[in-house]
Design a binder for this molecule. Structure first.
Ligand SMILES: Nc1ncnc2c1ncn2[C@@H]1O[C@H](COP(=O)(O)OP(=O)(O)O)[C@@H](O)[C@H]1O
Ligand SMILES: [Mg+2]
Length: 244
């Protein structure tokens, strides 16, 4: 693993009215690394990654993605960067009226309008095989289990061949075994697609298995950072409280 930061956030600040959510957030993610962000509900985890892809405008700070400060980009330039980033939204739903195949083809055609139909179908099959869902290609979302819906959502994120993937609570609402399967999938994706990822989670098993490094957001700043083993043994009781 090289130590080139693909994402570098410096002094990120964001308020909504009088609600100061991010008060100077600093972190970087190296190429090929999975960084986990922990933090209580409402601590600003989702806001942080939405700022990173320009979905929410920031108040202050620098956010270098692929070496370019996204806060300084025009709409057009930002769109070009976004084409290289996959975003698995919190509770991100599939289109209920479309089959798994059509959900994926919709996303891919939007992303790469010049691909032929044949190429689109090849890419759909390839990605579904990689997430273990090839047999469900013509199912409707209502016929899928919670874990299969999540896999389809991961496939939809992967189909654009992103260099960076942002996962927002990828195992939320899943049972323990299914959560573990999704965590394993996130790890497999990192290896196979050589992606760089930020994973927001409350699920400590997911944090442990997917995160090369973990950081904790508290009171608008990064309160602690390290490996799972380091943080689990932290001298700070509040940090340790996540690991119980
Ligand atoms: N679009 C928005 N407008 C106003 N307030 C927002 C918006 N998005 C998030 N917030 C507020 O920012 C804080 C952090 O939210 P969020 O990042 O979603 O938390 P979490 O760490 O649970 O992901 C919360 O107080 C939330 O109410
Ligand atoms: Mg959130």
């Amino acid at each position: 693993m090289t130590a080139t930061p693909l994402i570098a956030v410096t002094n990120l600040r964001k308020s909504f009215g009088t609600n100061e959510v991010l008060k100077g957030v600093n972190f970087s993610v190296n190429e090929g690394e999975n960084l986990v962000i922990l933090g209580r509900s409402g601590s600003g985890k989702s806001v942080t990654i939405k700022c990173l892809v320009g979905l929410i405008p920031t108040d202050e700070g620098e956010m270098k993605v692929f070496g370019t400060d996204v806060a300084q980009l025009s709409y057009q330039e930002l769109n070009e960067i976004r084409l290289r980033i996959g975003f698995l939204f919190q509770g991100g739903a599939l289109y209920d009226s479309m089959s798994v195949r059509d959900n994926l083809s919709f996303t891919l055609k939007h992303h790469s309008p010049k691909l032929s139909n044949e190429e689109v179908q090849t890419r759909i099959l390839e990605v579904l095989e990689n997430v273990g869902l090839a047999e469900s290609i013509d199912k409707m979302p209502s016929e899928l289990s919670g874990g299969m819906v999540k896999r389809t959502a991961v496939a939809r994120t992967l189909i654009i061949k992103p260099e960076i993937i942002l996962y927002d609570e990828p195992t939320a609402g899943l049972d323990t075994i299914t959560s573990r399967e999704i965590s394993d999938l996130i790890l497999a994706v990192q290896k196979k697609y050589k992606t760089t990822s930020i994973i927001i989670t409350h699920d400590m098993a997911c944090a442990k298995s997917t995160g090369n490094r973990i950081m904790i957001l508290k009171d608008g700043v990064i309160n602690a950072a390290g490996t799972y083993d380091e943080l689990e043994k932290s001298s700070d009781e509040w940090v340790r409280s996540f690991f119980i």
